[in-house]
Design a protein around this ligand. Sequence first.
Ligand code: FAQ
Length: 311
Amino acid sequence: MVDLELTFEKNLSIGQKIEPRDWMPENYRKQLIRLISQHAHSEIVGMLPEGNWITRAPSLRRKIALLAKVQDEAGHGLYLYCAAETLGISREEMFDQLHTKKAKYSSIFNYPTLTWADIGMIGWLVDGAAIINQTTMAKCSYGPYSRGLLRICKEENFHKIQGMEIVGILCSGTNEQKEMAQESLNRWWWPSLMMFGPHDTNSPNSSDLMKWKIKIKSNDELRQRFVDMTVEQAKVFGLTIPDPELKFNTETRSWETGEINWDEFYSVINGNGLCNNERISARRSAYEDNSWVRDAATSYKIKKNKKAEAA
Ligand code: FAQ
């Protein structure tokens, strides 16, 4: 046991990835299952607010891009569920945790998509925040998660660009279009900052995650990186960040924001956001309505295995 622990620690210290069959501390396994399954749930719940606009996309080109994006999110969910399964949890167990609200998913997907500009904002801000978090997390110590994230990040870049294109076009359009973009930014700005989680001082999981090189940068460090990048992009669009306290600190050369509404954050992650119930009931119905697909696939697999045994 001591030898196994030493090998684990040594592999961590030299940057060697931990693989599914390697020995790992039980809490390392548990933390990874929590983190990766929550991330997987975020991807598939994240399909819902955007899916809401597929039938109302303003042109065929926009519809094709949005369809592709939503399908990509499903694919990300699949890579991530597979990565979590390598740690010994089953897909059914993870779905059960989501459907019974034992597992979390990103707070951002509990907000509604009210206008077409929201689809642009999700690409620009939500994918933008996800990329900052995930390109860093792609350097994490667990092999299957790290490799999955590398692939996911490439696709998220396309998502962000399609979102920025939508926002850019609205901002250079009519006054009504620009107003629509600004109104949407006003609603999505603060929830996007919440995506990075609580301040480091209030983040109970960070010390374990950082010790084990699962998290490489802290919640606040990544949030700051996002703010610095996005404030400059908003200037190019001619949009105003809805934060009267936003100011540039000339010493640190970075943007300081006002305080996030943490009551709202905790209310949303505890199930009381605008769309929590709607999202979970949509996921539950999708799971139940499609049970025949799982049954057919399982019976096909059993038949195939029997044939192989008989041969
Ligand atoms: N929402 O101790 P910490 C995407 C919870 S993917 C909900 O700081 P941790 C792609 C946290 O779970 C977006 N819950 O937690 C896309 C913990 O509760 P627990 C998802 C949150 O894990 C784009 C408690 O608060 N990305 O957007 C949130 O160290 C467009 C205490 O917090 C990932 O999942 C939150 N925002 O750090 C799809 C990336 N923040 O579990 C469709 C991987 C915190 O103890 C369309 N995850 N909580 O009961 C992470 O990097 C981390 O899990 C954090 C939280 C940074 C989210």
